[in-house]
Design a protein around this ligand. Sequence first.
Ligand code: ADP
Ligand code: ADP
Length: 217
Amino acid sequence: MIQFDQVTKRYPGGIDALKNLSFTIESGEMAFLAGHSGAGKSTLLKLIAGIERATSGRVMVNGHNLSRLRRSQLPYVRQHIGLVFQDHKILFDRNVFDNTVLPLDIIGFDRREATRRVRAALDKVGLGGKERVMPIRLSGGEQQRLCIARAVVHRPSILLADEPSANLDRAYALDIMELFKSFHQVGVTVVISAHDETLMEDYGRRIIRLREGQFAT
Ligand code: ADP
Ligand code: ADP
């Protein structure tokens, strides 16, 4: 479960990116985050992922109070989170397999189990059989799928995606949304941001709308 209790995030320089936000996202829920550029979507996702810390208020993720957590404990919380973030780039000097296995290498997975997990994740996103392909040979949509495979290969309970369909044509963007839905269907908590709300409307899921760091009505 993800719970924000009166959370404010102020960046050095004085901007309140989030202002006194309280909400809960239940385990297994699929929720969307909408709002224009600068509304605070990325910041909200970064607080859940422990990439940024709240200036005040409480952020609870899977029973851990991230505002109180020691830095050294953060990796344990992160192991249960999958990230599809723009600044989480594909490594173009490594093939599809080596890109996907990265999170498992960090956790220290046994190589045989890691290989099995990578295959399962790549099959799931439709990249089965492309393990040895270099990312430059993949289409934009396939590269995004690779990012998703890498985000789920350690079977996180929470999957966070920051504008995952930003640079894709609508048809590809909808495919990507379907993929996230399939993770939601196996019990993963999924939170996806997008500035294009039309991508979210067909899903009948909660849409959290942000405007200048507050809920928009
Ligand atoms: P969104 O994802 O909706 O585009 P962001 O969370 O990226 O919104 O940004 C919210 C506000 O916080 C914006 O005004 C942005 O300029 C500011 N901001 C984001 N990151 C930083 C940072 N690292 N330092 C200072 N200001 C930031
Ligand atoms: P199994 O041990 O059941 O064979 P796999 O590792 O083959 O599991 O994963 C099954 C598929 O579900 C994989 O494609 C995996 O990426 C996907 N998946 C990712 N995260 C989760 C999760 N948190 N729970 C269940 N399935 C997940």
